[in-house]
Design a protein around this ligand. Sequence first.
Ligand SMILES: *Cc1c(COP(=O)(O)O)cnc(C)c1O
Length: 394
Amino acid sequence: MTLKLESKFGKYGGQFVPEVLMPALVELTEYYEKYKDDAVFNDELNHYLRDFAGRPSPLYFAKRLSREYGVKIYLKREDLIHGGAHKLNNTLGQGLLAKYMGKKRIIAETGAGQHGTACAMAGAAFDIKTEVYMGAKDTVRQRMNVYRMELMGTKVIPVKSGSQTLKDAINEAMRDWVANVETTHYMIGSVVGPHPFPTMVRDFQSVIGKEVRTQILEKEGRFPDSIVACTGGGSNAMGIFHPFIEEDVDLFAVEAGGSGMKTTEKEALHSATLCTGEDGILHGMRTKVLQNKYGQILESSSIAAGLDYAGVGPELAYLADIGRLKPCNSMDSEALLAFHDLCRFEGIIPALESSHAVAYVKRAAASGELGDIVVINISGRGDKDLETVMGMRK
Ligand SMILES: *Cc1c(COP(=O)(O)O)cnc(C)c1O
């Protein structure tokens, strides 16, 4: 008997794809159901998570930041995972599943190159040919990530259509998948896309929250009052939230509030999809979307490339609707200040994405909204952001 997976979250989720992709989604769902609780699969995955990725990541008591912000703060150190972010948890899971499915090839899309790099690592580890679509403009802006992927044997395909950025890369990757479904696994990088991706990626990322459960009980003898995570597509947030959904713990999803500067009508002010998006269909799912009154997708904007997404995972949209998580946001300027706080007080250089979560804690701690003990998911390290930060200080 196969287990029934969640394919919808309230009115969100589902499979809004061309008919030709349905067999691939059905096949992927069947394999995922078959292996998700399989002992051999999980032993092998745990081996890679431990010895290749470096799990478990520590839960670190941030003593000086706690004193500064006035609340007891623990940092979940996903910045210490191989590759410098939580993204590898997902690509190892999907990469291993692709191997069990007998797929000969992995494709993916990447914006700034973080997900592409995590795919390249998994592709090399599992010896599966890996090709990554990337907007031509992004390949120039992110030359080092292109080189990193190539070093690990991945082919990077520049996409010259449209605006030559992430959304064009997604379109190309989809087209490729339609043409090559039998041999190819499409590796989506967050809790987005058609079912089973939002559920499957959440499960692979839930290793973060499962570890926090054990670690916080060892340190505090109880669960935290609140958990705060930055939210682009929502995978690091769902990964740390999911094991706490049934517990009495408040969950805060921090989106990018952008610069607050006036933008063109094709651009949103921010990428705060949960806070201000409207119901729509994007990338094969029904979710909250940044769109104009004609339903056209707006280009989002943030100093943190990983938060720059016009949609959000359907499960987050649902949890926000029913009031189980609180959507909130931090501005670019607040994230930058929090970035410097974590550098100076703790000797940890966080990703600009993660800095949004830290910034929210700084703002909310004063009101008492977070309770006494808070866990912040430090989704990644900030080495990739140093040029951006240096540019802002001028
Ligand atoms: C990609 C990325 C994010 C955003 O992705 P989610 O799916 O929302 O987690 C956040 N932080 C870092 C460091 C990233 O690389």
